[in-house]
Ligand binder design. Structure first.
Ligand SMILES: C[S@@+](CC[C@H](N)C(=O)[O-])C[C@H]1O[C@@H](n2cnc3c(N)ncnc32)[C@H](O)[C@@H]1O
Length: 241
């Protein structure tokens, strides 16, 4: 049995099994309203030329490239633990002539200096991590973000109907019940706050065939917060109206 208290140096592949990695793009495109939720997430960040952006656990690089396309002059990095999926990401970048850089690495030990990124994005990723690795990963994101930088997350939320409970059960069965516990219990936002983020906002929820995707925006405390125009929260976590 896994020791869930220790950081791992293995990872759950994008579509759970390595042999399915080639099919990851069509699976995601057809099942989870990929265009809708990824573009919504990108829109949350006020991306400016010269901004340095990390797409954490970038997979095949779809969102990395959409970030790159969304704002001229941004510098975009994608990082993933799976060298094979990075080959696909690099191929896709070459096809569109993107100067994005893809790095191999683990979210629990990011290969970057402190406070280098203006924004970090994470899509469909946190539920791949055991609880201790999730905490370590959030600490790492906090470390590499500049003060005032934004963190934008899309991941599974607490199912709210019998139907979404059943569909999300399939995700849990595949990706692991311990990894997905915070999603199922709706406690991701607490982890964000514990890691030191502020203004944690549930900006949108997208219903998919596998359950509800929660989209979050938050900032690392500091000057010029990226989402400073949001109303103040009382509890620290709130929904955007
Ligand atoms: C479901 S895919 C999501 C890919 C992409 N972000 C997207 O939205 O399509 C999850 C990705 O997390 C990567 N991954 C899993 N554990 C990791 C870790 N500890 N550090 C970095 N990447 C990891 C996997 O290799 C996989 O590419």
């Amino acid at each position: 049995m896994d020791d869930i208290t220790k950081p791992r140096n293995d990872f759950i592949p994008a579509a759970r099994f390595h042999f399915l990695t080639k099919l990851y793009d069509p699976i995601v495109a057809f099942t989870v309203k990929e265009q809708e939720f990824k573009r919504l997430l990108i829109k949350q960040a006020d991306l400016k030329p010269q901004h340095c952006i990390l797409d954490l656990a970038c997979g095949t690089g779809t969102m990395t490239l959409w970030i790159w396309q969304s704002a001229k002059g941004v510098v975009v990095f994608g990082l993933d633990a799976d060298p094979k999926i990075l080959t696909i990401a690099r191929r896709k970048a070459k096809l569109v002539g993107a100067d994005t850089a893809f790095h191999h690495g683990f979210s629990t030990k990011l290969p970057y200096e402190n406070e280098v990124f203006d924004s970090v994005f994470s899509s469909l990723f946190l539920h791949h991590l055991l609880p201790t690795d999730k905490i370590k990963t959030l600490e790492e994101v906090h470390r590499v973000l500049k003060p005032g930088g934004g963190f934008y997350v899309a991941d599974w939320g607490k199912p709210q109907s019998p139907l979404t409970k059943i569909s999300f059960f399939l995700v849990r069965l595949l990706d692991g019940f311990v990894n997905t516990r915070d999603n199922a219990e709706g406690t991701l936002s607490k982890l964000f706050l514990n890691a030191g983020f502020m203004d944690v906002v549930l900006i949108h929820q997208v219903t998919t065939v596998f359950g509800i995707l929660d989209l979050y925006a938050m900032v690392k405390p500091g000057p010029n917060p990226a989402i400073s125009s949001l109303p103040q929260s009382v509890s620290g976590v709130r929904k955007r109206r």
